[in-house]
Design a protein around this ligand. Sequence first.
Ligand SMILES: Nc1nc2c(ncn2[C@@H]2O[C@H](COP(=O)(O)OP(=O)(O)O)[C@@H](O)[C@H]2O)c(=O)[nH]1
Ligand SMILES: [Mg+2]
Ligand SMILES: [Zn+2]
Ligand SMILES: [Zn+2]
Length: 383
Amino acid sequence: MFKRTVTCPLCFEKINVSDIGFKCEAPSCRGSSEIFRGKSEIPFLEKIGILSAPKRILHEACGNMATTRICPKCKQEIPTAIDDLSDLSIAIIGAKEAGKSHYVAMLIHWIKRMGKEFGWNLTALTEETLRRYNSEFHNPLFKDFKSIEITQAVRGKGAASPLIYSLRLDKGLFSKRIMLVFFDAAGENLEQTDALWYINRYIYNASGIICLLDPLQLSRVRQGILRTHSEDTLPSLNTETGVIINRVENLIRKNTNIGSAKIKIPLAVAFSKMDYVRDASANAAAVSDRLFEATQHNGVFNEAEFTDIDGLMRSWVDEVDDTADIIPQSENFERTGFFGFSALGCNPKGNHNVLEHAPRSFRVEDPFLWILKNYGLIKTTKG
Ligand SMILES: Nc1nc2c(ncn2[C@@H]2O[C@H](COP(=O)(O)OP(=O)(O)O)[C@@H](O)[C@H]2O)c(=O)[nH]1
Ligand SMILES: [Mg+2]
Ligand SMILES: [Zn+2]
Ligand SMILES: [Zn+2]
């Protein structure tokens, strides 16, 4: 049986596979280049899922074969293999300047690096993904040694398109291909309706949510750092950190019929920029050194280590979160994990956004591996 519906990785609408259109990109093509089949042109066997939908179509106006598939709703180019892939979309949510862009950049870097170990292979599924990853993420960090520019200022609200990859997992004779979609949404966008509505759709349809919280927004951490470091080494104060999980919860409840039940989407609560907390830890509430060590995983998810880090982060949060909101808010989700990581390993703020060294991230991969584990996509070990 073939898939009948998929979620468009660009506008996050559910679409019928048979409604997927084509774009003719032949240089000699004249006339409209968008081709959609009428209801009567769809074979009965395809309608009931016995026949697959076509991956290319003859463009009668010019005689060429059109092979670029486009979404019937947003008309953007979608991966050709979309109906052959199972999808796993990971929403990365956080307030402005929480570290989302740096996180996505380093996570993709890490997924590639872990390829041998976990027996997987990551490839970009769209040209836009390749282009964006290199120009916006990779080049600044690895070539220019500068922090990534703050997204909103550069691209305007809602203009960002998601990064779409295929992850092929080899399991002996079997291989499984999943479509990985990464999208980062700023906290202040969660309340939007109209134009940014697709962001909401993305969140309540996500397979996993990574909620990034900036520890430098917690007043106890902040005050500790300010005793020995200047204000310009810290992000400006916003009030989002304590409410963001709550917003995510409300948004999901509003759009699904779960009543007062706990939310089933796995929620990773991940504290970014922990390098600066480490460096200033003589002042801020100290977090255990174990956090700053590399994660132990040899192609398997290490359950014992997860439990360890989850526990130490929870007790650290308990100590430094004056509002005492973060942990209770997370309890509205059925499966949660607490994480701490650093994308850069140094603090570019107050240093003209220049990195002291190439990124030295730690524990960037932890929330991602935990989500894969929740879906049984990687093996788990207890020890
Ligand atoms: N110390 C430290 N600062 C970071 C790290 N990642 C991001 N930052 C800082 O946070 C700022 C905002 O990060 P960005 O990823 O653009 O946040 P976004 O608005 O959530 O996408 C950056 O300009 C850096 O100054 C990190 O791993 N460590
Ligand atoms: Mg950003
Ligand atoms: Zn044509
Ligand atoms: Zn679409």
